[in-house]
Write a protein that binds this ligand. Structure first.
Ligand SMILES: Cc1cc2nc3c(=O)[nH]c(=O)nc-3n(C[C@H](O)[C@H](O)[C@H](O)COP(=O)(O)O)c2cc1C
Length: 365
């Protein structure tokens, strides 16, 4: 196999990554009172030792009263700083770069299950879905306070020695609730320009950190609960969406798709996926993701066949990185099942990889 492009270094803003393999952000409710402990630090260090170049942590909620959805989801503020410093230190000691994924769930937070049940959840228009109104629109003051909270989180990440931040602007959470017309029906400037909230967060994060501090913006067409939803139906609409975000200072776009090999706009005749289009339009580096190395994607019944399909897709991925379609690849579930996934792939021992299974999720370390 010629997968060498996956193992070439990459310059991301001010930092150099040892290779193109990124750990995708994956929530796990293992941080009592919002503070990650030794076990969380070891969980990430294991993936770092296994050869991941950049770790994006699980979603960690910013310092906002309507932020955290559950006590065991980590928060990213002064109260958890010692825990996060340990996570950062162990990941670095094991050879990876690491950024926290800063997250606000907005209207998807279930207040009654959260540590602050009396604090109502927030959103641009009170819409949980296009047809379901469950709250009041955020006031302008509240919008500005959340922008500040993202900036505080990024400043803390810098102070704790993290290599950058990822802003969770995907999957129907708060930033994406502003991005998508289905949940942003505001009649003020935050609705007339739906990228404005995300772009203002990027600007505030930049101002609170440093000129080349990596700011990754994760975004998706799909929403939790609506895989068919789209922000942009055409390349032209995609350009209108992305350019203001790139101009605001995004270092890399992390384009969340469920299957990386799917063409985003097949009607255009191009085979580019979402990360490919995003980079082509903005010139900003991009990260692809989606079912890499799962070993069960469509061919569960025969292991050899699954291995063959995965090898073929890894080659496709590596070729796309070599062409410069996109720059980095995030791996989620395959890295849960195989902490040493990058090392095994590099050594050509793909037949040694374990398939991911939902049942095993709870016991994965
Ligand atoms: C258990 C689990 C938790 C996840 N949590 C997050 C999260 O906190 N933030 C996020 O942006 N995506 C989250 N995702 C999505 C992943 O980052 C990734 O995009 C998705 O799993 C597809 O990649 P894969 O096919 O390599 O697993 C999660 C996925 C899984 C399986």
């Amino acid at each position: 196999m010629m997968l060498l492009p996956l193992f070439q270094p990459f310059q991301l803003g001010s930092i150099q990554l040892p290779n193109r393999i990124v750990m995708a952000p994956m929530t796990r409710q293992r941080s009592p009172d919002g503070v990650p402990g030794e076990d969380v630090a070891d969980y990430y260090a294991r993936r770092a030792a296994g050869g991941v170049g950049l770790i994006i942590t699980e979603g960690t909620t910013i310092d906002d009263p309507a932020g955290s959805p559950a006590a065991a989801i980590p928060v990213f503020d002064r109260s958890s700083a010692t825990g996060w410093a340990l996570v950062r230190e162990r990941a670095h000691a094991a050879g990876a770069r690491i950024v926290p994924q800063l997250w606000h769930l907005g209207i998807q937070r279930q207040a009654d299950r959260s540590p602050q049940p009396d604090e109502p959840s927030i959103s641009p228009s009170g819409l949980l879905r296009p047809d379901k109104m469950v709250g009041a629109p955020m006031t302008e003051a509240r919008i500005l306070s959340v922008i500040e909270a993202f900036a505080r989180g990024a400043r803390l990440a810098l102070e704790l020695g993290f290599d950058g931040v990822e802003l969770h602007g995907a999957h129907g959470y708060l930033i994406d609730q502003f991005f998508w017309e289905g949940t942003n029906a505001r009649d003020d400037a935050w609705g007339a320009d739906r990228t404005r909230f995300g772009a203002e967060i990027v600007r505030a994060v930049r101002a609170a950190t440093a000129p080349h501090f990596p700011i990754i913006l994760r975004w998706s067409q799909w929403k939790s609960g609506d895989y068919e939803a789209k922000i942009a139906h055409t390349p032209q609409a995609l350009e209108r969406f992305l350019v203001p975000l790139a101009d605001a200072g995004v270092t890399a776009f992390h384009c969340s798709t469920r299957r990386f090999w799917e063409a985003e706009f097949p009607q255009s005749g191009s085979a580019l996926n979402l990360a490919g289009w995003t980079k082509a339009i903005t010139g900003v580096p991009s990260i692809t993701v989606g079912s890499v190395g799962l070993l069960h994607a469509d061919v569960m019944e025969a292991r050899e066949q699954a291995v063959d399909v995965d090898i073929e897709r890894l080659q496709m991925l590596s070729d796309a990185i070599e062409r410069g379609d996109f720059d980095l690849v995030a791996i989620g579930r395959a890295l849960l099942a195989n902490p040493a996934w990058p090392a095994l792939v590099r050594e050509g021992r793909i037949d040694k990889l374990k398939a991911y299974s939902v049942e095993a999720l709870e016991s994965l370390l």
